[in-house]
Ligand binder design. Structure first.
Ligand code: SF4
Length: 354
């Protein structure tokens, strides 16, 4: 009898996706064992990315002030979340953060700007920043900036922008439950404009927003159809004051199964552990390095995440390697040996100390 996990791995190595029903079973069927599934999803990850882990650093360059109503986002116009709103940071601040990201070993620096999408004037301003960063630092560059069309995409492509992020977030059927000010079709149109103009689209999803299993599967197949090369996987961070605050469906195991399913459907894509990695995958976070080959450090749009140091420790402990860049001082993070979670913590428990 054929080993079903081996068969999944072999199909992924041939870039054949499982069927949607098989994908639903990977998420829901308790008879699907987690560790063999992780091992199956590792096969295409190893084929295309070896044991390297790409590290991304995100700069939230403009916060709030958004006219859209994406219910999962603390920056949306109706959110009551306690966040500070600020207009776009100055160029020097954005450039300094790019340098820090490169020196910390990030392979990619992401500039996130709240709002429906850039004006033409804003696209030119971003293009100037893109040119400066590309001239100064050996780092790939991504902008997350909302909806855009051909005119904006061309301006950014001419400046040398590598990628533009615009997540599908959920299925078309579920889209109006999370946002009413723009449509799923608007998001697809943005991804197609990016592709037409030679910018790599980065697009992923958020799991845990009240969707059904087949909605998650549907997004995975839509990203495959669109040949999206970069897929961030977010797990909804419940932010008090937002309209969408979680459906209680997310366990570490379900999150890990979702990452494995995404890898098997999109064997060649860069799959990135994004928002909610720390809080939802928890102790299984390290296992997600087997299907995923990329992650964020130091936090997300409005929430904190694990720091560079502890994330690199996890990567090294699991036998993986930070991809880094020429400015990255690799040996700094390879000091090995025993380590407690907190450097300031004494080794001995207080009650046994003399
Ligand atoms: S996800 Fe983007 S467009 Fe939607 S509310 Fe947040 S900042 Fe605005």
């Amino acid at each position: 009898m054929t080993d079903p996990y081996l068969e999944l791995a072999e199909r992924a190595l041939r870039n054949e996706a499982p069927t949607p029903d098989e994908c639903a079973a990977l998420l829901d069927d308790p008879g699907v064992e987690l560790l063999p599934l992780v091992q199956a999803a590792f096969a295409p990850r190893r084929q295309h990315f070896g044991r390297k882990v790409m590290v991304h650093v995100l700069n939230n360059a403009q916060n709030g002030l958004c006219p859209e109503d994406c219910g999962y986002c603390a920056q949306n116009k109706d959110s009551q979340a306690a966040i500070r709103k600020y207009p776009m940071k100055g160029d020097e601040e954005i450039l300094a953060a790019a340098e820090a990201a490169a020196k910390a070993g990030a392979s990619r620096y992401c500039i996130a700007i709240s709002g429906r999408g850039p004006t033409v004037q804003r696209a030119h301003q971003l293009a100037t920043i893109v040119r400066t960063i590309k001239d100064r630092y050996p780092i790939e560059l991504c902008i997350s900036g909302g909806l855009l069309g051909d005119e904006h995409a061309k301006i950014l492509a001419d400046a040398g922008l590598d990628r533009f992020n615009h997540n599908l977030n959920t299925s078309e059927a579920h889209y109006d439950k999370i946002c009413t000010t723009h449509t799923y079709r608007d998001r697809i149109d943005t991804l197609e404009a990016l592709k037409r103009n030679g910018i790599e689209p980065c697009s992923g999803l958020i799991v845990g927003m009240g969707e059904q299993t087949l909605d998650v599967v549907d997004v995975a197949f839509e990203l495959r159809r669109l040949e999206v090369p970069s897929i961030p996987m977010n797990f909804l961070i419940p932010i008090e004051g937002n309209q969408v605050v979680g459906d209680g469906s997310l366990t570490p195991e379900r999150c890990l199964r979702a990452v494995c399913m995404m890898r098997l459907v999109n064997p060649t894509a860069e799959i990135r552990l994004a928002g909610g990695r720390e809080g939802h995958l928890r102790s299984l976070g390290v296992l997600a390095l087997w299907p995923a080959n990329s992650l964020f450090v130091e936090g997300y749009l409005t929430t904190r995440g694990d720091a560079v140091r502890e994330t690199y420790q996890m990567i090294h402990d699991a036998g993986f390697e930070v991809e880094g860049n020429p400015l990255y001082a690799r040996e700094r993070d390879r000091n090995g040996g025993f380590r407690l979670g907190n450097d300031d913590e004494a080794l001995l428990r207080p009650e046994v100390r003399r």
